[in-house]
Design a protein around this ligand. Structure first.
Ligand code: SF4
Ligand code: SF4
Length: 242
């Protein structure tokens, strides 16, 4: 039931993308910042980062519209991602995009205005001809990576938001304050491998359980492994250490 609700939330979030995409669009955040405007997108990014300090990449697992689109594409190309070095492409992409935002803020002499509805009509992203171009551009991008790389290919290879959340998660791990994590009991594991096959991020969850290392930067805390394990060997936990 939890997984059905999760997939429904993700797909609903994708369907809402014509309304919401301005709030997760890096180019529009940069454009606003270059005029000294703190946009709604910048506020959303800030909230996502703060959230990642406590719930890691839960956003990716339950609410991201790009995740919803990729859940649909996983029915077409559901092969596990074994992209190797391509997994690291998202880090220079993150540096390029977030570096541009920082540069835009610097050139504007700071952020002087807060406009949560920047480039929207009454808060809705698509309110005029031409606005679709940006949305379609983002969808094409996600499509190419998801269809070529495999299951959640865009998350693995290109998404700068993923890197932002990974940084939040690393800080959390460093400080070790209580946060949402995966926990496992290796003694219960019967080595069936179902958790690894179910993982949308193509992680070797079985190996993680056996090694007692449930912390993985690519884990989106979706809970597929939790709900798939027939022995209840994997679960969610709220604790300070992995
Ligand atoms: S390890 Fe489990 S919670 Fe993490 S992404 Fe894979 S299935 Fe989801
Ligand atoms: S699904 Fe559960 S029992 Fe099967 S390999 Fe994974 S942790 Fe072990």
């Amino acid at each position: 039931m939890r997984q059905r609700i999760r997939i429904a939330l993700l797909i609903f979030s994708f369907v809402l993308m014509p309304v919401t995409f301005v709030y997760i669009s890096c180019p529009l955040i940069t454009e606003g910042a270059s005029q000294g405007i703190a946009t709604g997108g910048l506020l959303v990014f800030t909230l996502l980062f703060i959230g990642s300090l406590f719930v890691g990449r839960l956003w990716c697992g339950y609410l991201c519209p790009a995740g919803g689109l990729q859940e649909i594409y996983a029915r077409i190309n559901g092969k596990p991602v074994t992209a190797g070095w391509l997994n690291y492409l998202k880090y220079p992409v993150f540096l390029g995009i977030f570096g541009s935002i920082a540069l835009a803020v610097y050139s504007a002499g700071g952020l002087w205005v807060f406009d949560p509805f920047y480039q929207t009509g009454n808060g809705i992203s698509i309110d005029r001809p031409g606005a679709y171009t940006l949305l379609y551009g983002q969808i094409v991008f996600i499509t190419v990576f998801a269809l070529l790389a495999g299951r959640r290919g865009f998350c693995h290879t290109f998404c700068p938001i993923a890197v932002m959340l990974i940084i939040g998660r690393k800080i959390r791990n460093l400080v070790k304050w209580p946060a949402l994590r995966l926990a496992a009991d290796a003694e219960r594991c019967v080595d069936c491998g179902r958790c690894s096959r179910a993982c949308p991020m193509s992680l070797d969850v079985h190996g993680m359980v056996r090694d007692g290392r449930m912390e993985n930067t690519e884990c989106i805390l979706c809970g597929e492994c939790v709900d798939t394990c027939p022995e209840g060997a994997v679960g969610y936990a709220w604790r300070g250490r992995p």
